[in-house]
Design a protein around this ligand. Structure first.
Ligand code: ZN
Ligand code: ZN
Length: 285
C-alpha cells in the first residue's frame, strides 16, 4: 500500500466517466502525468537515490498501465465506493460532537486528521504484510523492482480502496469537515508519489516528523518485514518499533514470489494465486 489517495477525477460522483466526461477525463489524466513528470523527474535527476536508473527502466510500461488504469477508470470507482460507505455512517453521527470538532482551527484539524489517519494506515498496512489474503493484493505494489514516481502507481485497486477507507472513515466518523479532509488527501497523494521517487534528499531534523523516500525505499526492501509502514510521518513506526533507516539504499527491491510481467496478470491473476510468501506468518505481529 502506498497510502496514495486518488486525486478526484472530474466526475467523481459517478462510478465511471460517462461519454460526456471522457474527453475531460483523458485531458486531466494527461495533465496529471505531465505535471507529475515535471515535478519529480528533475528531482530524480538532481538528487538520485540510484544514479544509474533510467526513466525508461524495466517494467515502466506496466507502471504506466497502472497509472492510466487508476486515472481513467479506478479512481472513479474507488471514490464512488468511499462515498457509499460515508453515506452509511453519516446519519448516525452525533451533531454536537461534530460541531465541536469543526469549531477547532484548521491547522489543528489538519494535524489531527494526519495523526489519526496515520495510526489507522500504520496498523492496516502492517496487517497487510502479515495476513495472507491482504498480502495477495498488497504484493502487487511490492512487486516493483525499480522505484520512481511512476512505480508509485503500481497498486491493486482493492489495495487502494482498503487504504482510502482506513485513512478516511475514522476521521469522517469523528466529524472532520470535507475541506480539511480534501486538503490532507491531496497532500497525502503527492507525498505518496514523492516517497517512491528515485530521490535521496536529506531533510535534516525534519525527517523525525515527515517520511522521506529513504524510509519508504526501505519498506520496499525484499525483506517483507523491513518496517516503515506509515507513509506520511515516521512517528508511528518510531512509536511501535518498526522504524528503519540505514544510511544507504536497500540492495534490491521487490518480492520473492513469482509475479506476472503484465498489467492484466497483476490485476486479475496474481492476487488470486494460492502461492504464498514464505515471509507471511499470518499473525498480526
Ligand atoms: Zn507495504
Ligand atoms: Zn510503496
Amino acid at each position: 500500500m502506498t497510502g496514495r489517495m486518488p486525486i478526484p477525477p472530474p466526475a467523481y460522483t459517478s462510478s465511471e466517466p460517462t461519454p460526456m466526461t471522457w474527453p475531460l477525463t483523458l485531458l486531466s489524466t494527461g495533465f496529471a502525468l505531465f505535471l507529475l513528470a515535471l515535478i519529480f523527474r528533475p528531482l530524480e535527476m538532481a538528487f538520485p537515490a540510484n544514479p544509474g536508473q533510467k526513466l525508461f527502466r524495466k517494467a515502466w510500461r506496466m507502471d504506466l498501465a497502472f497509472f492510466l488504469g487508476q486515472y481513467l477508470f479506478f479512481n472513479g470507482l474507488v471514490l464512488a465506493a468511499a462515498f457509499v460507505v460515508i453515506g452509511w455512517f453519516y446519519p448516525y453521527l452525533p451533531q454536537a460532537f461534530l460541531a465541536s470538532v469543526q469549531s477547532q482551527p484548521w491547522w489543528l484539524q489538519a494535524i489531527e486528521v494526519i495523526v489519526i489517519g496515520d495510526f489507522f494506515v500504520y496498523w492496516g498496512h502492517r496487517l497487510q504484510h502479515n495476513n495472507k489474503l491482504l498480502w495477495r493484493f498488497h504484493r502487487v505494489h511490492h512487486s516493483a523492482e525499480h522505484l520512481d514516481w511512476l512505480a508509485a502507481h503500481r497498486e491493486h485497486p482493492i489495495d487502494t480502496i482498503y487504504t482510502l477507507l482506513l485513512t478516511n472513515i475514522p476521521v469522517i466518523i469523528l466529524g472532520f469537515p470535507m475541506a480539511t479532509l480534501a486538503g490532507v488527501v491531496a497532500f497525502r497523494s503527492i507525498w505518496a508519489v514523492y516517497i517512491h521517487s528515485n530521490v535521496r534528499l536529506p531533510i535534516g531534523p525534519l525527517r523525525w516528523f515527515i517520511g522521506a523516500p529513504e524510509l519508504h525505499h526501505w519498506h520496499h526492501d525484499r525483506n517483507q518485514h523491513a518496517g516503515n509502514y506509515a507513509n506520511l510521518s515516521p512517528m508511528m513506526d518510531i512509536l511501535f518499533g518498526t522504524y528503519t533507516c540505514p544510511n544507504h539504499e536497500p540492495e534490491a527491491f521487490g518480492i520473492e514470489e513469482q509475479t506476472s510481467d503484465n498489467y492484466v496478470g497483476q490485476l486479475l491473476v496474481d492476487p488470486f494465486r494460492r502461492e504464498q510468501s514464505s515471509q507471511v506468518n499470518d499473525d498480526f505481529s
